[in-house]
Design a protein around this ligand. Structure first.
Ligand SMILES: [Zn+2]
Length: 462
């Protein structure tokens, strides 16, 4: 008999839903992890004979599945969750919200505030099963990076990047050269390993075309190619943006980016809601990635996720941050996307179940990984991939009876059913206890900082 496989961690007795493109699952299975990689997947009965692990987690009554990927989040808006709604009950909310509230708020934050916001944001994500994120671009990205390192989450941080724009606070605008230099320096600072891990890296960022000059967009596209790193942006997110682009350049936003030489697989375009048929073709041809934020996107237009997914565009799901809708739960984003896609892409043609939940689970995991350009590393449970794994309670009344763990994982599981989270081979949450984060300490720091911060925000936005 061959010598048993030596592993660091064995998740044992769980149903395994690998989301590996096969639609298969394993009842009463097991996964072995060594270092930061998955080294073995099979039946628990076989693991008993073939695997020796330093530690074992009992996965009975649980489903093992890949971690969720939030492909568009605003770390520095975490403390604004519910704030605009609260404000709206007292006075009229000014439109657009991003320019009147989100950007001014981000401009108020210190390095320490953003670190705290990051701790809260990433702890929140882990608690609902998100193991990897892409930050849209905010203030003090190094503080975000430190918070990501400390919480154990995987992710890409990036800098708020604005070099023009009426109505944007002056403190949030930098010169074109400053924007470029700061972005490039950030990416270089985070390239490679930090403390033995490459889990946290940085991307370039362009907030969106209205607040970024064509010179900056061109220079950043060049930097992306040189540094081999993605650019996070918002694209086709509102009628005002389409109008701006048509009025100023005589072309639609995607055509504008193409003509600047900036439309390629390095460009990650959050939302991508208001695409013309020609723009959709440009996505297929030039391969920018995208992110569907189902909580908010249907208020903008009938997002064509189904078409984008079918045509092979690298698209994942995102929350757009806590300020935008509230929840950080990608399982819930997927459920909303299923209903949204049915309403806009299925029902009008009596096409039933146009995007089943199982397909949306693939978008949230495989799609997110592709959109972030790291599908070789994460996005499914496969031997050789990095160990970003969830153990999810399958014993709740809302999941019973259980015939098919894939159905349960895709349809009835929500983030709060996640019990245990492994990221990069490390257990960061065990039986819902966060192991990397001191919750009481976060609460204490929030109680200290939040009242003063919100007082200033209220006065500033009155
Ligand atoms: Zn956004």
């Amino acid at each position: 008999m061959a010598a048993p496989l030596k592993a660091d961690l064995l998740l044992n007795g769980c149903d395994v839903v690998p989301v590996d493109g096969t639609n298969k699952y394993i009842r009463n299975g097991a996964l072995a992890v060594k270092g930061n990689k998955i080294v073995w997947i099979g039946k628990a009965s076989t693991a008993k004979r073939q695997v020796v692990a330093k530690s074992t987690i009992d996965g009975s009554d649980q489903i093992a599945m890949p971690g969720m990927i939030d492909a568009h989040v605003h770390t520095a808006q975490q403390l604004l969750r519910g704030k605009i709604a609260e404000l709206g009950r007292r006075r009229m909310v000014k439109i657009p919200v991003w320019r009147n509230y989100y950007i001014p708020f981000e401009g108020m934050l210190t390095d320490e505030d953003v670190y705290l916001s990051g701790l809260l944001c990433y702890a929140n994500m882990i608690s609902v099963g998100t193991t990897c994120f892409a930050e849209a671009g905010g203030p003090h990205p190094d503080a975000m990076g430190r918070a990501a390192i400390d919480t154990g989450i995987r992710g890409f941080v990036s800098l708020n990047t604005v070099d023009q724009g009426a109505g944007v606070p002056k403190t949030m605008i930098a010169s074109t050269k400053q924007c470029y230099d700061r972005n490039v320096a950030l990416v270089k600072r985070w390239k490679g390993s930090k403390g033995g891990t490459d889990r946290v890296q940085a991307w370039l960022s362009l907030r969106q075309i209205i607040v970024c000059s064509p010179e900056l967009i061109k220079a950043m596209a060049e930097a992306a190619r040189t540094l081999d790193v993605k650019i996070h942006t918002h694209l086709c997110e509102g009628v005002y943006e389409i109008d701006y682009s048509l009025e100023k350049f005589g072309k639609r936003p995607t055509e504008y980016l193409r003509d600047l030489g900036a439309l390629n697989h390095y460009m990650h375009c959050a939302h991508s809601v208001l695409l013309s048929a020609e723009e959709m073709d440009l996505y297929v041809k030039h391969r920018p990635s995208a992110c569907h934020c189902a909580f908010g996107n249907y208020a903008i237009g009938p997002h064509r996720l189904h078409e984008m997914w079918r045509r092979g565009i690298d698209i994942g799901l995102g929350t757009d941050g806590a300020a935008s809708w509230g929840s950080m739960d990608i399982f819930q984003v997927a459920h909303m996307a299923r209903v949204g896609q049915q309403a806009v892409m299925g029902t009008p043609w009596s096409y039933r179940n146009v995007m089943p939940s199982e397909e949306l689970l693939k978008v949230a995991t495989n799609g997110g990984a592709r959109a972030l350009g790291i599908e070789k590393d994460i996005g499914s449970l496969e031997v050789g991939k990095k160990a970003d794994i969830l153990l999810v309670d399958r014993n709740q009344l809302d999941h019973m009876p259980l015939y098919d763990p894939y159905f349960v994982a895709a349809n009835t599981v929500v983030g709060r059913d996640v019990r245990t989270v492994v990221i990069d081979g490390h257990v960061v949450m065990k039986d819902r206890e966060l192991l990397t984060v001191d919750r009481e300490e976060i609460d204490r720091r929030l109680a200290e900082r939040l009242p003063r911060l919100m007082e200033r925000f209220d006065a500033m936005t009155a």
